[in-house]
Design a protein around this ligand. Structure first.
Ligand code: SAM
Length: 260
């Protein structure tokens, strides 16, 4: 029976053999890898991955697809985790994990934030995403694509755009061009935040209103005196700060707010 793609689960199945091969070549699976695929769907990537691996894991939300995968692959080859990848505890599987997938675009941003929490247990990630999201992930300061997603991901990962994939490589075809990307966790972090929660809060506040100066966007967190101590011009906007600057602000706050 044919599977009818479900829009609510962001189902756009990769059907172009050339791009399937390009993804597998980029992932380069090796026996012994602990590979987890997010959203295996009808198995376009799972099948060629399993041709090179004795065993792998998948996380899939759609019960109909889980049933198909269950019928095709024995448990000794494929461990099925039925459920929402956004809630999946990736520390349940002994790492270092290699995580891959043609991600459901409707949840790609929250999923990337969720995965960042497990970066210590991850060796690498290979994802198909909307090109526009990848542009934000690899953006440089002072560009329009540079924002909260950029800073939060570049804090933890080296991110490499590998290749673009046109809409007609998928069925049904999405409206936008996609890109395949590699993310490598930075071990150790080049600019570690003393308190990652404060760092996340500062980045979110700074980008909450793009047009505002840092003085206005961060007025409940930082005084003019704090900006002077940090050597950061309060008249700048969030998009002008590098990842290291946000870490400096967060670490300054960790110290000053603890002593206030
Ligand atoms: N990997 C397949 C391929 O390349 O053809 C399917 C990719 S399709 C873009 C996204 C897949 O993610 C679908 O199988 C969909 O059911 C699954 N999915 C959607 N939301 C999910 C979620 N929250 N957690 C886990 N899987 C999800």
């Amino acid at each position: 029976m044919p599977h009818h793609a479900k829009k609510r689960f962001g189902q756009n199945f990769l059907r172009d053999a050339h791009f399937v091969r390009a993804c597998i070549d980029a992932i380069r699976p090796q026996a012994g890898d602990m590979l987890v695929e997010i959203g295996p769907g009808l198995g376009a990537l799972t099948r060629p991955l399993l041709a090179q691996l004795p065993h792998m894991h998948v996380v899939e939300i759609d019960r109909d697809l889980i049933a198909r995968l269950h019928a095709e692959f024995p448990p000794a080859r494929l461990t099925l985790h039925e459920g929402d990848a956004l809630r999946f505890d990736f520390s349940r599987i002994a790492g270092p994990l290699r995580i891959a997938g043609n991600l459901p675009y409707n949840i790609s941003t929250p999923l990337l934030f969720h995965l960042a929490d497990f970066s210590a247990n991850i060796r690498d990630l290979h994802f198909m995403l909307q090109k526009e999201v990848v542009e934000r992930m690899i953006a440089r300061p002072a560009s329009s694509a540079y924002g909260r997603l950029t800073v939060m991901l570049q804090y933890r990962f080296q991110i490499l755009h590998l290749f673009d994939v046109p809409p007609d490589a998928f069925y049904p075809a999405p409206k936008v061009t996609s890109s395949f990307v590699r993310m490598l966790p930075l071990h150790p972090l080049p600019y570690p935040a003393q308190d990652p929660a404060i760092f996340a809060k500062i980045v979110a506040a700074a980008f909450s209103t793009r047009r505002k100066t840092l003085r206005n966007a961060l007025k409940t967190q930082l005084s003019d005196q704090d900006f002077t101590a940090l050597g950061i011009d309060a008249g700048l906007r969030a998009e002008n700060l590098a990842v290291a600057d946000f870490v400096r602000i967060a670490n300054h706050m960790s110290v000053t707010h603890a002593s206030r």
